[in-house]
Ligand binder design. Structure first.
Ligand code: SPQ
Length: 429
């Protein structure tokens, strides 16, 4: 666990960054390429630790995966020919890998054990296992399957109709992936729409799926066809630099190839509502995953309330939005975001503790936080809690103040943005 002292002395931020591949889409590209028989190719793959964990799991299932920089070639004999792994499937720090693998393995002919790191060991798995068990899955684990390690014995599945108790793309995706090997048509009702990368990729691989008014319907037993996946840049990674550009003095940053899927663009809505000076050029709205070039300049910001259906569209951006709110005029309220408590760490506690150390006027609530903008931030020693998004929030704060910021365990940032500090250097003037 390496400590780092960041002393940037309030630089002007100016320049261009091409954002690395989207983590959610990268995971799914490996999964779908492993399901479909034949050769799937992927470009723009994220070389983050979480996505490498996904590759490792599928190699253990006998899928051939070649990685050449950000290009991937997947040669699969189809999911029916996956081999029973002789070792546990280790999912590292990745909630997405752990939960989606459960859905994929539920209807297979395989017995497997899934385990991850200490953070994964604290994240709730019952939310996935409950609907999968309704489909006929055999999954056992610590505290009746609430936590890893989990053992799964593939079994015949049937489709279900399921109303999502929480907005979660991982739960929705696990059910959809299990349905691939289930009899009948699965229907999922979402109160607030979560990211839809799985639905989009099912279509891209040739499946028929309907999505109407928050209801997803998908018939089991459809065959997926190998194809090419072009991974867009990760808007959740871009968010750190969008916020830096809006907050730092005399700054202008252009971010290229930013994924612009409407189920992920809550951060753009928030920046716009707060008054950020942004220019957005959307490249191809018809693409499987649209992208945009976004330029952001130093802005006068006003506080807003962030809640309701907006929350799932920006859930991973809340740590950096909280930092943004420290500069906004007035009081920003973030609510309906209790899900933050079950991420890589409790992100309500972590954000409030660490921003307080920097001098922010912020308080935690049961389902979010309240930030009184306008306080002068200063240097501090910060904890990352082993959470990449808390680590990056601290590093962006360091760009905005005169004093040094110390951060413990910066390795965790490699989970989603291994080139983060190199990209910071590109825009410091
Ligand atoms: O994969 P993991 O560890 O769950 O990663 C996080 C993140 O901050 O990168 C959450 F901690 O992103 C999730 C996201 O919060 C990735 C994801 C997906 O790819 O489907 C969906 C979201 O989680 P959820 O709980 O809404 O399903």
């Amino acid at each position: 666990m390496a400590d780092v002292r960041l002393h940037y002395k309030k630089p002007i931020l100016h320049g261009d960054i091409t954002v690395p591949g989207d983590k959610s889409v990268s995971h799914r590209s490996i999964m779908f390429g492993s399901i479909a028989e034949g050769r799937t190719t992927v470009s723009g793959f994220l070389l983050g630790d979480d996505c490498l964990s996904t590759i490792d799991c599928f190699r253990k299932l006998g899928v051939e995966i070649e990685l050449n920089d950000t290009n991937v070639v997947i040669d699969s004999q189809g999911m029916k020919n996956w081999k029973e792994p002789i070792d546990i499937l280790y999912t590292g720090n990745s909630g997405t890998t752990t939960r989606l693998m459960l859905g994929l393995l539920a209807g297979s002919s395989i017995h497997a054990i899934l385990n991850g790191d200490a953070s994964i060991g604290k994240r709730p798995m019952k939310r996935v296992i409950t609907p999968l068990r309704k489909m006929g899955a055999h999954i056992t684990g610590r505290m009746d399957g609430q936590y890893t390690p989990l053992a799964i014995k593939g079994s015949p599945l049937h489709a279900i109709e399921y109303t999502m108790p929480v907005a979660s793309a991982q739960v929705k995706s696990a059910i959809l992936l299990a349905t691939l090997q289930a009899e009948g048509t699965t229907v999922i009702h979402e109160k607030s729409v979560s990211r839809d990368h799985t639905e989009r990729m099912l279509r891209q691989f040739g499946a028929e799926i309907t999505v109407e008014n928050g209801t997803v319907s998908y018939k089991g037993g459809q065959t997926l066809h190998a194809t090419h996946v072009d991974v867009p840049g990760d808007i959740s990674s871009a968010a750190f630099f969008l916020v830096a550009g809006a907050m730092a003095e005399n700054s202008e940053i252009t971010l290229h190839n930013v994924g612009f899927n409407p189920t992920r663009t809550g951060i753009i809505d928030v920046l716009a509502a707060m008054g950020a000076d942004m220019r957005i050029i959307v490249a191809d709205e018809e693409a499987a995953e649209p992208t945009a070039t976004i330029t952001v300049r130093t802005s006068d910001l006003a506080a807003i309330t962030i809640d309701g259906e907006l929350i799932p569209r920006l859930i991973d951006e809340i740590p950096i939005i909280a930092l943004l709110a420290t500069k906004a005029k007035g009081t920003t309220v973030i609510r309906d975001a209790a899900e933050l408590k079950v991420k890589e760490t409790d992100r309500i506690t972590a954000v409030v503790n660490e921003l307080k150390k920097l001098g922010a006027d912020i308080e935690a609530t049961d389902d979010g936080m309240i930030i009184h903008g306008g306080s002068e931030l200063h240097g501090a020693s910060l904890q990352t809690y082993g959470d990449h998004r808390i680590g990056m929030m601290g590093a962006i704060a360091a760009l905005l103040i005169d004093d040094a910021v110390e951060l413990d365990d910066i390795e965790c940032i490699a989970v989603s943005y291994p080139t983060f500090f190199e990209d910071i250097q590109k825009i410091i003037k």
